[in-house]
Design a protein around this ligand. Structure first.
Ligand SMILES: Cc1cc2nc3c(=O)[nH]c(=O)nc-3n(C[C@H](O)[C@H](O)[C@H](O)COP(=O)(O)OP(=O)(O)OC[C@H]3O[C@@H](n4cnc5c(N)ncnc54)[C@H](O)[C@@H]3O)c2cc1C
Length: 538
């Protein structure tokens, strides 16, 4: 019966940046009864789970914040440009405390399933604690990088030493002193962890499948005058990042990399290299993501930097990326990453030159026919990104349909926030929204605010269900693919392309809209203004 009173107006899954703001908005703005389920023991999400050495944000901290708490924007002082995991976790704990959020969050509880009941128009949600609750709205704030990817290496169970995945590091930390350590993987996480582990370990061996173009983070204290000016201009900053392409204060150079002289280009690239951070990636020549030739001149600049830093030319060769265009994989920011390979205690084993990992043995790792012995193996092998945590919810929509089946050839969503056949389900920073291609708090807040307005509107107009129409969804999927197919992004074996997980259907996961997050925001607002165009409300 559609009139049945649910246990909660909304169930929110996850208590990171997304879940915290969703709870705040629905509870304190709309006055809804909300229950949040969080698998971890406290708030924080990414910043609760990822405790590996060197874990820190890559977004500049002044924009990696809850911009919805204006007072806190003024009060909070970050200790450096890119704070570490404990500091960001402290920040999110503080946010939860300030807004008294924890009283509505049930920690240590994983949502294991949910069904949309077509009789009552309610979601029935199950947890690993054996609970079953009903809710009108189900909001997945499960994160995009929260489903750990541990490749099925043969023999892992035989290993006599200790092993860890970077996203499930023990709270008490790991002492690498005097240990022989392996790091498997060279993505953004590994690039942060490797220089730190190398300082402690007796011997560090890095197993690389794909070399990455890294640019310097240039972490450090932020000039107090800069911080003061930013605090005075936060309204302007928030407006700019919301309207920007990537949710950051970075803007493309409105020129082709090929139309300028070599001198001018080197000057511009030097500027971005010296500034550090995402500027090199996101404020580069505008045709970098489209033109192979433009991309090549920028890649050439980065290759020269690697050769100039790494002393052994053979090692430098291995560290130089092959087979993908610059910028088509997540940009790692580094602090002494390439320098680390000059250390006597660091060895690089490259899958292409030295052989792939064949198996884990009792003593270590066999690769390229050779056994390497270790006390500790660290897997920095990333995540089943974006679709992984959503599929793991085991949701059943209308007629018992599942995301596994609906997404057999890649995600199908409308605006990345809704899935046809799954009424009243919202996915914060879901696949086919800008999400991981942006400074995430900007995209998270946009979705939370849009969902809040949508639910408010439904209440005011007496609607109980909203769901994307299959036609609107098909058009959105076609649009997402059409745009990205014009870029070089689809050529890479990246996690954006789902290529890091064997058997995962090859599809570009986020939305690279023609006007970035600003344009996407406008599109979502237009949909709402037109009475939720592309949705069916009942
Ligand atoms: C190492 C690392 C560094 C990053 N750095 C940056 C950065 O510099 N800039 C940037 O913009 N983004 C960065 N990100 C992306 C980051 O995930 C987002 O910025 C942001 O923290 C996402 O918040 P969220 O709340 O959406 O998701 P998360 O923080 O991932 O939180 C999701 C929560 O949902 C919970 N959950 C999932 N499934 C279930 C379930 N079934 N039941 C119960 N609970 C569940 C998880 O336990 C988790 O706590 C980084 C990610 C990683 C992994």
């Amino acid at each position: 019966m559609a009139g049945t009173t649910p246990d909660f107006d909304a169930v929110v899954i996850g208590a990171g940046f997304s879940g915290l703001y969703m709870l705040k908005s629905l509870r304190d703005k709309l006055g809804l009864r909300v229950r949040v389920y969080e698998a971890g023991d406290t708030v924080g999400g990414t910043w609760y789970w990822n405790r590996y050495p060197g874990a820190r944000c890559d977004s500049d901290a002044y924009i990696y914040v809850c911009t919805w708490d204006k007072q806190l924007l003024q009060e909070w002082e970050w200790s450096e440009r890119y704070p570490t995991q404990p500091e960001i976790l402290r920040y999110l704990e503080h946010v939860a405390k300030r807004h008294d959020l924890k009283r509505d969050i049930q920690f240590g509880t994983r949502v294991t399933g949910g069904e949309f009941d077509e009789g009552t128009n309610l979601w029935k949600v199950h947890t690993d604690k054996g609970e079953e609750v009903t809710a009108r709205f189900l909001i997945a704030a499960v994160g995009t990088l929260s489903a750990t990817n541990l490749p099925q290496f043969k023999g892992l169970e035989k290993f006599k030493g200790k092993w860890y995945h970077t996203s499930r590091f023990p709270k008490e930390g790991v002492d690498f002193t005097a240990k022989r350590v392996a790091v498997v993987g060279t993505g953004a996480t590994a690039v942060q962890a490797i220089p730190e582990i190398a300082q402690q370990a007796k011997q560090l061996t890095v197993f690389q499948r794909t070399a990455n173009y890294c640019v310097p983070a240039r972490n450090g204290k932020v000039d107090p005058e800069v911080t003061k000016a930013r605090k005075a201009d936060y309204d302007g900053i928030v407006k700019r990042i919301r309207e920007s392409f990537f949710g950051q204060e970075h803007y493309f150079i409105p020129k082709s990399a090929l139309e300028v002289s070599r001198e001018e280009r080197e000057r511009e690239l030097d500027k971005r290299w010296d500034a550090g951070g995402f500027a090199f990636w996101l404020a580069n020549y505008q045709d970098m993501f489209f033109s192979k030739e433009a991309n090549e001149v920028i890649a050439d600049y980065l290759r020269r930097k690697i050769r100039a830093t790494v002393k052994d030319p053979k090692v430098a060769d291995k560290l130089i990326p092959q087979g993908h265009y610059y910028g088509t994989k997540r940009q790692p920011l580094d602090t002494n990453y390439f320098e680390t390979f000059n250390k006597d205690n660091v060895l690089l084993v490259d899958a292409t030159a030295d052989g792939k990992i064949e198996e884990i043995t009792e003593k270590g790792i066999r690769a390229g026919g050779k056994e390497y012995e270790f006390d500790i193996i660290v897997f920095a092998t990333g995540f089943d990104a974006m679709t992984g945590p959503l599929k793991a919810l085991n949701l059943k929509g209308r007629g018992g349909r599942t995301l596994d089946k609906e997404w057999v050839d890649g995600p199908h969503t409308y605006l990345g926030v809704s899935v046809a056949g799954f009424p009243n389900l919202f996915t914060i920073t879901g696949p086919q929204s800008p999400s991981v291609l942006s400074n995430m708090p900007v995209s998270i807040e946009q979705h939370v605010e849009w969902i809040t307005d949508c639910i408010d509107n439904m209440r005011k107009t007496g609607k109980t269900t909203i769901e994307a129409t299959p036609q609107a969804q098909d058009q959105w999927v076609a649009h997402v693919n059409e745009i990205v197919n014009m870029t070089l992004m689809t050529s890479a074996n990246s996690w954006y392309m789902s290529a890091n997980i064997p058997g995962k259907p090859r599809a570009f996961l986020p939305y690279l809209g023609p006007e970035g997050v600003g344009g996407y925001r406008k599109k979502c607002d237009e949909v709402a203004a037109k009475g939720y165009e592309g949705f069916q409300l009942a």
